[in-house]
Design a protein around this ligand. Sequence first.
Ligand SMILES: Nc1nc2c(c(=O)[nH]1)N[C@H]1C(S)=C(S)[C@@H](COP(=O)(O)OP(=O)(O)OC[C@H]3O[C@@H](n4cnc5c(=O)[nH]c(N)nc54)[C@H](O)[C@@H]3O)O[C@H]1N2
Ligand SMILES: Nc1nc2c(c(=O)[nH]1)N[C@H]1C(S)=C(S)[C@@H](COP(=O)(O)OP(=O)(O)OC[C@H]3O[C@@H](n4cnc5c(=O)[nH]c(N)nc54)[C@H](O)[C@@H]3O)O[C@H]1N2
Ligand SMILES: [Mo]
Length: 723
Amino acid sequence: MPSAAPAKSVCPLDCPDTCSMVVTVEGDRATALGGNPENSYTRGFLCHKVSHYLDIVYHKDRLQHPLRRVGPKGAGRFERISWDAALDEIAARFQAISNGPHGPQAILPYSYCGTMGKIQSQGMDRRFFNRLGASQLDRTICATAGALGYSYTIGHRIGTQAEAFAESRYIINWGSNTAVTNSHLWTYMVAARKAGAKLVTIDPYRCVTAARSDWHLAPRVGTDAALALGLMHVIFRDGLFDSDYLDQHCLGSAALRERVAEEYGLDRISRITGLPAADIERLAHEYAQTSPAAIRVNYGMQRHYGGGMAVRTIACLPAIVGAWRHWAGGILLSTSGLYPLNSRGLEMPHLSPPKTRTINMVQLAEALEGQLPGPPVQALYVYNCNPAAVAPDQQRVLEGLRREDLFTVVHDLLPTDTVDYADIVLPATSQLEHFDLHTSYGHNWVQVNQPVIPPYAESRCNSQVFRDLARRLGFESEIFEVTDQQLAQVALWEGSEKVPPELQGITVDRLISNGPQRLNLPLRHTPFAEGRFPTPSGKCEFFSQRMADAGLDPLPMWIPPAESVDSMPEIASFYPLQLISPPSPHFLNSTFVAVDALRASAGQPEVEIHPADAAARDIQSGQQLRIFNSRGEFLAQAKVTDAVREGVVMAPSIWWNKYSPGGSNVNSTTPTTLSDMGGGATFFDNLVEVEVAQSVATGDEIADEDVMLDQATRVMTRVSRVG
Ligand SMILES: Nc1nc2c(c(=O)[nH]1)N[C@H]1C(S)=C(S)[C@@H](COP(=O)(O)OP(=O)(O)OC[C@H]3O[C@@H](n4cnc5c(=O)[nH]c(N)nc54)[C@H](O)[C@@H]3O)O[C@H]1N2
Ligand SMILES: Nc1nc2c(c(=O)[nH]1)N[C@H]1C(S)=C(S)[C@@H](COP(=O)(O)OP(=O)(O)OC[C@H]3O[C@@H](n4cnc5c(=O)[nH]c(N)nc54)[C@H](O)[C@@H]3O)O[C@H]1N2
Ligand SMILES: [Mo]
C-alpha cells in the first residue's frame, strides 16, 4: 500500500552537502529517492552517486545475518550464526581480553564516517568503548590537519556561508574539486559566474572543477603554502592590503609582512611552485582587487606533510585583503564549528579511564604490528569504515588483519574488503532503516533522519548493537538503555538550561514534525566583518602563540612534502613520480564501488600520466600499468593526458581491492607518515614508479631491479623510522 506522502530522510554520507532526501515507500519497500525541495540548500537534487543509494539498500550481496569465519582470514568464507551467538562471542572475547594481562586497552574500535549521523557514528559507540576502557581512536584520516591549521588562524571551523558564494565576484577553488565533492556549493559558484564572477582553480591536476573554471593554475604538489606566501608578498609589496582591517582585527601583521618580503620573493616562489612569476602576480592582483572574493579550500590539498600549515597560511589571505567585511567574501573550509552540540553529554568521555592510550587511525598498520606504545591490539572492532581499502600502507594493514591472534569484528552493510578479514561479521542497517541526527560541514541546517522501512533481513543499527553488548557486559542501564531519540535530545541540549542560542527552539520533535531547520543564525551570516575571531587574542592570528607552544613556527611558512623529488632525491631516483589519489566522481570514498551501475561509469582503475612521462616509459593509453614503490603495488589502466603536471600521476580512488585487477588498490603504495599538525594522513606524499604490467623482463633486468628495490626499501625504512 503506497504511503500518502514521500517519507523524509537525510543523506548519511561523508560529504559537506548532507542532503535532505525524500523517499517513496510502497509497502515495506523504498522504490524511489530524490532530493528534498524543502531544504533550500539541497534544492531538490541529489548527486549522481546518491541517486543510486537504493542500489546499496537492495544490493544482491547485502549482509543479511551475523556470520562467523570458517576459512582463512582474508578469504571471506563464513557460516551463518544467530545474533545471540555473535554477541555472546564478542562479549566473551572482550571480557577475557579486559581481564587479561593487557587489560581493555588491547581492544581497539576503528570507525570513520560511513555515516555522518551523530547517533550512529558518535553516540552509543563512544559511550560503549569509553565505558569498556578500550583504546581511544584518533580519527585523523581526513580532516584534522587542516581543521587544526585553520583554527590556529581563524579560531574555529567557521567561514563563509555556502549561499554567499553566489554573490562573490572572484572565487578560488584551492585544492577543492567542488563540482564533484561538494556539488551544491558548486551551483552557487555557477550562479556567481553567470553574474560575471571569475572562477579560479588551484590544483596540480585538471579536475572537473579546474576544467570548468576560467583559470586553472597547476602548481607542483604540496606547494600551496608557498603560493599563498607569494601572493602575500605581492599584495604587501604593491600596497593592495586593507590596512584598517589589518590594524584592527589581525595579530602579527608586521612580522608576517617582513617574512614574506624577505623570505618569499617571487623568484623563489616560482621555483617552488613551478608557476610563472607573472601568473602569481596576476593572481595576487586580481584576488586583492576584486571584491567580494571568496576562497573554497578543501581537504585534498592537505594530504601532504605540510597540509596543516598550508591551510593555516591560506586562511590568512582574506584578512589581509579585508574580504571578511563582505558576506560573499572570506574563506570556507568547514562549517562544522557552527554547531554547538552537547557532544560530551552524548559521548561521555569521562567514562574512559584516565591515561587511556590513543591510537592514530592513520597508523593502523603500526598498531596491528605492535609498534606503537602500550598494550598489543588483540581485538579490533570495525564499523562505519573500510580500512582494508582506505587506510594507508595497505599491505602492512592486511598483514596485521591476517594475524591469527587478532579477534576482528566488522559491522557493515556489504561484504567489503575489510569484512573478508573478520572473525565475526555483523549486518548493518542502511540510512532508510534507522534513526539519526545530522549536522553538516558544508551548510548550517539540522536534520533528523527517521527510519522509513524496516531493517533489511536481520540487520541492526550501530547503536542497537552497542546497547546489546553493553547489556551482556553488565554496563549501567541508565547510560545504555536510552533510545536513539533520547540521545539526539541530549545532543541538542533538550531539557538543559544551557541551550546555546544557535540551537534554541530546535528539538527532535520539531525536526520530526517540521523537517530540516537552519541554526539560529542571520540569513546573511558574515562571521568576521567586525573581527571578533574566536582565537585567544580575538584577532585573525598571523602570529599564533598556540603554535609556538606546540613547537611549530608561529608564523605562516611553507613546509615541503615529506616525500617528493626534492625532499627525497635518493628515493626519487627509484620512484620519481608523485602519485595523488583523490576520490573518483563515481564513488564516495570506497562506498558505492559495489554498485554495478557506478562501477560501470567509473570504468576500471585508471592512472593518468603526462605524455612526457609516458613517452619516457614507452607507455600508451589503454595499457595496463604496474604502479609501485617499496610499500607495495597496484595495477591500473594508463590514460596519457596533459591533465596532470609532468612528474605527477593521478589514480582516481578508492576502489575495493576485490574489484581491482591484481587484488590491491592505490593504498598499497601510500605512506603512514603523519602531517605537520593534527596527526593527519599524507596520502599524496607518495613517490612511485610506473611501468607496463606483465612486460617480460630479462633475467638481468630482474636482478638489477631487485638490487634497486632493495636499496630503495632500506632508504625508505630509514626515512619512515626517522619520520
Ligand atoms: N564524489 C565524491 N564526493 C566526495 C567524496 C568522494 O569520495 N566522492 N569524498 C568526500 C570526502 S570524505 C572528502 S574529505 C571531500 C574531499 O573533497 P576535496 O578536497 O574537494 O576532494 P579531493 O578530490 O580529495 O581533493 C581536491 C583536489 O585536490 C587536489 N590536490 C591534490 N594535491 C594537491 C596539492 O598539493 N595542492 C592543491 N592545490 N591541490 C591538490 C586533487 O588533485 C583534487 O582535485 O569530498 C567529499 N565528497
Ligand atoms: N588513497 C586515498 N585514500 C583515502 C583517501 C584518498 O583521497 N586517497 N581519502 C581518505 C578520506 S578523505 C576518508 S574520509 C577516508 C574514508 O574512509 P571510510 O570512512 O572507510 O569511508 P568508506 O570507504 O566510504 O567506508 C565506509 C563504510 O561504512 C559502511 N557503513 C555505512 N553506514 C554504516 C552504518 O550505519 N553502520 C555500519 N556499521 N557501517 C556503515 C559502508 O558500507 C562502508 O563500507 O578514506 C581515506 N582514504
Ligand atoms: Mo574525507
